[in-house]
Write a protein that binds this ligand. Structure first.
Ligand code: MG
Length: 301
């Protein structure tokens, strides 16, 4: 069996289990994205964007079924403190939430009176505010949404306040994509996949200090550059290590930005999340498949 770990720093040894295998839980998607784990229900939801469907993996028996189709070409997801699914809709050009009664509620579809591009990924902060990225991938073509012109003319990260107002918080990226907070929420990490449109834009993750008001960020800095493919979605563990999707699998970075190691996957990984009752199992959305591997780390909220 080919090695699945590429260890670049001794610290990575403590974050993995040498004997843990990379499991394929399901295959058959066109482009899988947006995993979200629901501990109370023991299941995981993810997107198969070009097929306009949400899939559901049942932890109790390993079965996989279609959760919703069509689904407005949803992409990234998060689970809020009340256990509700928060969704980025390409075709809806909105961030929405599934309420406990199953109804869909639009949380934001405009900024400054203009329609959003196509929300891509989302995170819920501990204060209940919702932060999301809004690049153009869902309106660039008819493959993952409906082709349309951008009304805003730029791609930002926004924060949805409790009153529903969406305010831009990060405006210096070409195509903001995955995002996550550090465990203490003093840093906001955001991936830039602008390379897809401008080859001079190096694939990277930037780190922004969250201001004392908790509602805005200061000047960002480059945190890490991707050496293979692009950083898309990522998560942070309780020790502050950042686990990111990349072209050759998963890259793990220390809080200081050092590449600790990789988990090699033969398909491009677009997103990941921690799940399982102990939040120590990484679920990967890898192009056509859903993969999982146990690690010696615990996902941050
Ligand atoms: Mg994404």
């Amino acid at each position: 069996m080919a090695a699945i770990y590429d260890i670049r720093d001794p610290r990575f040894e403590a974050l993995i289990h040498r004997s843990a295998r990379l499991e394929t839980l399901w295959t058959g998607g066109r482009w899988c994205e947006g995993p979200a784990y629901f501990p109370a229900g023991k299941y995981l939801i993810w997107s198969d964007i070009p097929n306009d469907r949400l899939m559901r993996w049942d932890e109790t028996d390993g079965s996989v079924s279609v959760f919703q189709q069509p689904c407005l070409h949803q992409n990234g997801h998060a689970v809020d403190a009340q256990g509700r699914l928060v969704a980025c809709e390409h075709r809806g050009r909105a961030v929405s939430r599934i309420e406990h009664d199953g109804s869909r509620r639009v949380l934001a579809d405009r900024a400054g009176g203009q329609r959003l591009n196509s929300p891509n990924d989302v995170v819920v902060k501990s204060d209940g505010s919702i932060w999301f990225s809004d690049p153009t991938y869902g309106i660039d073509s008819d493959y993952e949404g409906d082709r349309a012109e951008s009304e805003i003319g730029a791609s930002h990260v926004y924060r949805i306040a409790p009153d529903g107002t969406a305010t831009s918080v990060v405006t210096d990226l070409l195509k903001p994509n995955g995002l996550a907070f550090s465990p203490d929420e003093t840093l906001l990490y955001v991936a830039d996949t602008g390379w897809t449109h401008h080859r001079s834009c190096r694939p990277k993750i930037r780190a922004y200090p969250v201001q004392a008001d908790g509602m805005s960020v200061g000047t960002g800095r480059d945190f890490a550059f991707c050496d293979t493919g692009l950083f898309d979605g990522f998560r942070v563990d309780t020790q502050g290590n950042l686990w990111s999707s990349a072209g050759d699998g998963v890259h793990c970075y220390a809080p200081d930005g050092t590449l600790l190691g990789k988990i090699l996957v033969e398909e491009v990984v677009a997103n990941l999340t921690f799940g399982g009752p102990k939040r120590n199992r990484l679920f990967l959305c890898a192009t056509s498949s859903l993969r999982a591997i146990y690690v010696n780390a615990t996902g941050s909220a």
